[in-house]
Design a protein around this ligand. Structure first.
Ligand SMILES: Nc1ncnc2c1ncn2[C@@H]1O[C@H](COP(=O)(O)OP(=O)(O)OP(=O)(O)O)[C@@H](O)[C@H]1O
Length: 249
C-alpha cells in the first residue's frame, strides 16, 4: 500500500496576535488580559493534529470561523511552517487559495498568466499552447482586458484568471478555500465542472467551505475542527453532523 499523500503527526502552529489591537474585550474584562496562552499574545490556532489522507481522497474541512481551517490548508501548501509535529506532503500542490495573490499589478493579464503559471512550474510552451483555453475560461471580461494592466481588473476578474491558471496545473493535490463563493453563477458553473473533471482524474482534494452543498457534492471524508483540534475525522456526513450539534448548543 502506498504511503499517504498527506500525513500530519502532532501538527501544531503558534501565532502571535497583535495584543493591543486584537485582545478581545471579553478577555480584558474577565481575565484582565492575564489569561494563560493569550497574555503574551501567543496562541495555537491549530494543535495536536494527526491524520492521513490517501491519494484520491476528498476531504472537507469544517468548523466555526477562526478554528484554523485556512491555517491547515496553508500548512499543507507549505506556506506556513509548523512549530510542533510534522506535515508530510508527497506530491505537488495546486493551491486554489487567495487566487489573486502572486499577480503583479504592473503587468498585464497576459504577462501575469506567464508569470504565475511559470512560478507554479508550467512551461512557457505549455502556457502558449493552452493560452486561449485559459483566457476563455476566465471569461469575456478578462479576455477583453488581457493586455491591460491587472491594476485595472476587478477583484472578480483577478480571481477568475487565477482559478483559470491554477486549475490547469497537473498537480495531484488540490487545495481549495471557498473558491466557489466567488464569481457569478456562470463562473461557479464552470468551477463545478472543472472540479468534477479534476476529481474524476483521481486528484486528492482538501476543501475548506461553509457551503454544505459543495462539501457533500465533492467530499467523501470530513474533518471537523473545533478550537484548533481535530474533533471528528470521519465521513463528510459525520463531520457535518458534529458541526451541527456544536452550533445548536
Ligand atoms: N498570520 C496570522 N497571525 C496571527 N493570527 C492569525 C494569522 N492568520 C490567522 N490568524 C488567526 O488564527 C486563527 C485561525 O485562523 P484561520 O484563518 O485558520 O481560521 P478559519 O477556520 O479558516 O476561519 P474562517 O472560517 O473565518 O475562514 C484565527 O483566530 C485568526 O484570527
Amino acid at each position: 500500500m502506498p504511503a499517504p499523500i498527506i500525513e500530519a503527526d502532532g501538527l501544531g502552529i503558534q501565532f502571535v496576535r497583535n495584543r493591543r489591537r486584537q485582545l478581545r474585550l471579553r478577555d480584558l474584562v474577565i481575565h484582565r488580559g492575564r489569561r494563560g496562552g493569550i497574555s503574551d499574545g501567543r496562541f495555537w490556532p491549530l494543535r495536536d493534529l494527526s491524520f492521513s489522507i490517501e491519494a484520491g481522497d476528498t476531504v472537507g474541512v469544517i468548523g466555526r470561523n477562526g478554528t484554523g481551517k485556512s491555517t491547515l490548508l496553508r500548512l499543507i501548501a507549505g506556506v506556513l511552517i509548523p512549530d510542533e509535529g510534522r506535515i508530510t506532503v508527497r506530491g505537488d500542490v495546486a493551491p486554489l487559495l487567495e487566487l489573486s495573490a502572486g499577480f503583479s499589478s504592473e503587468l498585464t493579464g497576459r504577462e501575469n498568466l506567464y508569470l504565475v503559471g511559470g512560478l507554479h512550474g508550467l512551461s512557457a510552451r505549455y502556457l502558449r499552447r493552452h493560452f486561449d483555453e485559459i483566457v476563455t475560461f476566465a471569461g469575456e471580461q478578462v479576455e477583453r482586458a488581457i493586455d491591460t494592466s491587472v491594476r485595472h481588473y476587478s477583484s472578480g476578474m483577478k480571481v477568475r484568471l487565477g482559478f483559470a491558471i491554477i486549475s490547469h496545473l497537473p498537480h495531484p493535490i488540490l487545495l481549495m478555500d471557498e473558491v466557489t463563493a466567488v464569481g457569478d453563477a456562470e463562473f461557479r458553473r464552470k468551477c463545478y465542472a472543472t472540479i468534477e473533471r479534476l476529481l474524476g482524474e483521481g486528484r486528492t482534494l482538501v476543501l475548506v467551505s461553509h457551503n454544505e452543498q459543495d462539501l457533500t457534492r465533492f467530499c467523501r471524508r470530513g474533518f471537523y475542527l473545533d478550537a484548533g483540534r481535530m474533533s471528528v475525522d470521519g465521513t463528510i456526513d459525520e463531520a457535518l453532523a458534529a458541526y451541527h450539534r456544536a452550533v445548536a448548543r
